[in-house]
Design a protein around this ligand. Structure first.
Ligand code: G1P
Length: 303
C-alpha cells in the first residue's frame, strides 16, 4: 500500500442522506409512508439523522430520494400554515417542536435529488454530486440510528482532521455470523484507540472470508475524490454500484480509517432493531418509564 499524502483539513459542510429505498421489509406499513418517516415513538427515523447532521455543523443536506416518496420532502420543509393554525389555537409548544424539526433556511439548506432505480448505495451517493459543497462529504444512512453520546457524525468530524485518512467510516465489532450483512474493514494493525486504519474494505463478505469483524455502520466522512471513483465504479455485489468498492479504490490515494463511535447503534432496517430503538428511546424519556415498568412486570409474570 502506498502512503497517502497528508490531508489538508477542509470543513465537512455537506451530508448526503440516501433515502430512495422502498422499505419492502416493513410493508404494508411502508406502502404509503416512507420507511424513513416511520416513528420511533413520536420522532421519525429521519429526524434523528437530520438532528445528528445539524449537531455536526452540516450546512447542506442532500436527500437522495425516490419519486414515490414525496412525503419526505413535505416532512423536511417547514409547514407555515400548520404552525400558524397551531399557534392560533394556543398550541405553542407543539408548534415549537414542529418548527424545530423542520429545515431552517437561515441556518441550513435542503436539496432533493431523485434516484428512480435501485442501482446501489454508491449510485445513490453519486446522484448527489451536483449538489455538494467543496471539501469532504458526510453520508448518513438513517436506517442506522445511533443514540447516546455526542452525535456520531460530530465525533467523526472532530476526529477527521487528525486521522490522517481521507475516508473515515463508523465501525463496530460484530459476531462472525453477522459480518455478511455489512461492509467489513481490513485493518492495519490494532491501535486500541478510536481510530482503526485499514488497507481496504469488502462489501458483505462470507463469514469465513471476512478480513476482520470490524463492520461498517451507516456514517461516512469521505474525501471529495469519492465521486470520481464512483463515476468509474463497475457494478459489484448484487449487480449494484457499491459505495464500499469506491471507498476501497481510493485507499491507496487518500487513506481509510474506521472510527469507533461512542453511541449505541440500532439497525432500524429490521423490525427487531426498530423495536429495540423504540424501547431505548422510551427509556431515555421519564414520561414513559411507568409503561416500561408495567411491561417488564408483565414479562416477568409470564416467565
Ligand atoms: C449498507 C452498506 C454496508 C454497510 C451497511 C450499514 O448496506 O452497503 O457496507 O455496512 O449499509 O448499515 P445495507 O444495510 O444498505 O444493505
Amino acid at each position: 500500500m502506498t502512503t497517502p499524502s497528508p490531508r489538508t483539513s477542509q470543513p465537512v459542510r455537506t451530508a448526503i442522506f440516501p433515502v430512495a429505498g422502498l422499505g419492502t421489509r416493513f410493508l404494508p406499513a411502508t406502502k404509503a409512508t416512507p420507511k424513513e418517516l416511520l416513528p420511533v415513538l413520536d420522532r421519525p427515523l429521519l429526524q434523528f439523522a437530520i438532528d445528528e447532521a445539524r449537531a455536526a455543523g452540516i450546512e447542506r443536506m442532500v436527500f437522495v430520494s425516490h419519486p414515490s416518496k414525496s412525503a419526505i420532502e413535505r416532512y423536511v420543509h417547514a409547514d407555515e400554515d400548520l404552525s400558524r393554525k397551531l399557534r392560533e389555537k394556543g398550541k405553542h409548544s407543539i408548534a415549537d417542536r414542529l418548527e424545530d424539526a423542520a429545515i431552517d433556511p437561515e441556518a441550513e439548506e435542503a436539496h432533493f435529488v431523485m434516484q428512480p432505480e435501485p442501482l446501489g448505495l454508491g449510485h445513490a451517493v453519486l446522484c448527489a454530486v451536483d449538489h455538494v459543497l467543496p471539501g469532504p462529504v458526510a453520508v448518513i444512512l438513517p436506517d442506522d440510528l445511533i443514540m447516546g453520546g455526542p452525535g456520531c457524525l460530530s465525533e467523526m468530524i472532530d476526529a477527521y482532521a487528525g486521522a490522517g485518512a481521507g475516508h473515515m467510516v463508523a465501525t463496530m465489532e460484530v459476531a462472525r455470523d453477522e459480518v455478511s450483512a455489512y461492509g467489513v474493514l481490513d485493518p492495519v494493525g490494532e491501535t486500541g484507540g478510536r481510530l482503526l486504519h485499514a488497507s481496504g474494505m469488502v462489501e458483505k463478505p462470507d463469514a469465513d472470508k471476512a478480513p476482520s469483524l470490524q463492520a461498517v455502520v451507516g456514517r461516512y466522512v469521505l474525501d471529495g475524490s469519492i465521486f470520481d471513483d464512483l463515476r468509474n465504479q463497475t457494478p459489484g455485489l448484487g449487480g449494484e454500484i457499491q459505495l464500499t468498492d469506491a471507498i476501497a479504490k481510493g485507499v491507496a490515494r487518500v487513506g481509510l480509517c474506521g472510527f469507533r463511535f461512542s453511541g449505541q447503534r440500532f439497525d432500524c432496517g429490521s423490525k427487531a432493531g426498530m423495536l429495540r430503538a423504540t424501547l431505548a428511546y422510551a427509556g431515555s424519556r421519564e414520561e414513559f418509564h411507568p409503561v416500561l415498568q408495567d411491561h417488564s412486570a408483565l414479562a416477568m409474570a409470564a416467565e
